[in-house]
Design a protein around this ligand. Structure first.
Ligand code: GLN
Length: 385
């Protein structure tokens, strides 16, 4: 038999998704793969029940149902400070996962370089490999996870085609400040580079931090491919609804890539989420409050146990320092943690280009009772690990 594709030879499975399977195997409280265990908003669920009996069972328009795009354009125009054309400037995708892949295939040729900050969400590595591009990693240094301007410029000097910007950032919880974004913008202009954003945590940002849309910076609309999703904002990660927003010339190409990749996102689900897209500001304020309270609850619990952790500015992850346990492999640590302590986590090494094995990632997008249960179990961590 001939060998399968060289392109996929270096692939492992996703460690994030693997840890969910391991958590299930040991009935661990799963704080690995980031998804909530509480319900989506009632208005969305009520509409979903109705939609079952309406005429939404066939394909929508490949780049997204008209009324979904109109509702999304109305919401994002206000946030991004620019009138977004629902017909020319949006493609609806199967989650932000497809949005990022389609964006990468739209922008890059095989052999092109793409800047990725490390730590990074693990899909970006796979996205670059699948599109034949080559990542240039630029470190974000703890505790604030700032980049060094000279290192970023050195990466730009290698003439990358694009930079991937995950903001708010998974896994480190960084929310990029205006000066940092301005500096990236200056370099993107100087070296003529596209910026592909992943903004799925756009509404999960903690005071006093504010999310700034990269596309809203002066002169950046033209070169920004904004990717995001409804998964985190409306607690519907299983619905796989994401999107790309960009200028029409880019979207014209992204529409074709998306069409041949997946044809389209699920039509009934696009229809059912529209009441959510029409929520007023109070929904997003409450979402922020809800996650702020979960963050406070969880971090306080970790402090009481004496575990050293990051303090996220956005998104819903913490990185926990496990140096004191003396494990050589953070993957082994996470497997033992799921089995012996009963808590699922993701090994930090799956997010870093550099050899890091002293961190694990936990998330707190869970009911308070689930978080208390996890903290309860973590109390015995020093006895069991
Ligand atoms: N973004 C989530 C995480 O990092 C999960 C995304 C996914 O598995 N598709 O855990």
């Amino acid at each position: 038999m001939q060998q399968l594709s060289k392109r996929t030879a270096g692939f492992t499975d996703s460690v994030i998704r693997r840890m969910t399977r391991i958590s299930n195997q040991y009935q661990a409280v799963n704080l690995s793969q980031g998804f909530p265990d509480f319900d989506p908003p009632k208005e969305i669920l009520d509409r979903l029940a109705q939609v079952a009996h309406e005429d939404f069972h066939q394909y929508s328009i490949t780049w997204g149902a008209q009324n979904f795009r109109e509702a999304l354009a109305a919401k994002q125009s206000g946030l991004m400070g620019k009138e977004i054309d629902p017909n020319g400037e949006i493609v609806v995708t199967c989650g932000s996962t497809e949005a990022m892949m389609a964006a990468m295939l739209t922008v890059t040729n095989p052999g092109d370089k793409v800047i990725v900050f490390s730590p990074f969400y693990e899909n970006y590595g796979a996205d670059t490999i699948l599109s034949g591009a080559e990542p240039i990693y630029v470190n974000l240094y703890p505790p604030a996870f700032n980049f060094r301007p000279e290192e970023l410029e050195a990466a730009f000097k290698q003439k990358p085609k694009a930079l991937v910007l995950c903001n708010p950032s998974n896994p480190c919880g960084k929310v990029f400040k205006r000066e940092e974004l301005d500096y990236i913008a200056e370099l993107a202009r100087k070296y003529d580079t596209y910026v592909i954003t992943d903004e799925v945590y756009e509404h999960i940002v903690y005071e006093p931090h504010q999310h700034i849309y990269f596309a809203s910076l002066p002169g950046m609309w033209e070169r920004t491919i904004s990717c995001s999703s409804l998964s985190k904002t409306y607690s519907i990660t299983g619905w796989r609804l994401g999107y790309i927003i960009a200028p029409q010339e880019i979207i014209d190409v992204a529409k074709k890539v998306h069409d041949f990749l997946t044809v389209g996102a699920a039509a009934p689900l696009q229809e059912a989420v529209i009441p959510g897209l029409r929520f007023g500001q109070s929904y997003y304020d409450e979402l922020r409050e809800k996650y702020t309270s979960k963050k406070n609850l969880f971090l306080k619990g970790l402090d009481e146990i004496g575990l050293v952790h990051t303090n996220p500015e956005g998104a819903y992850y913490v990185l926990l320092d496990i140096s004191e346990f003396g494990y050589e492999s953070d993957l082994t640590f996470c497997e033992v943690l799921a089995e012996k302590v009963g808590v699922g986590a993701v090994p930090g090494s799956s997010f870093f280009r550099e050899p890091v094995n002293h961190l694990i990632r936990l998330h707190f997008a869970k009911k308070d009772e689930t978080l208390y249960e996890a903290l309860n179990r973590l109390e015995s961590i020093r006895k069991k690990m």
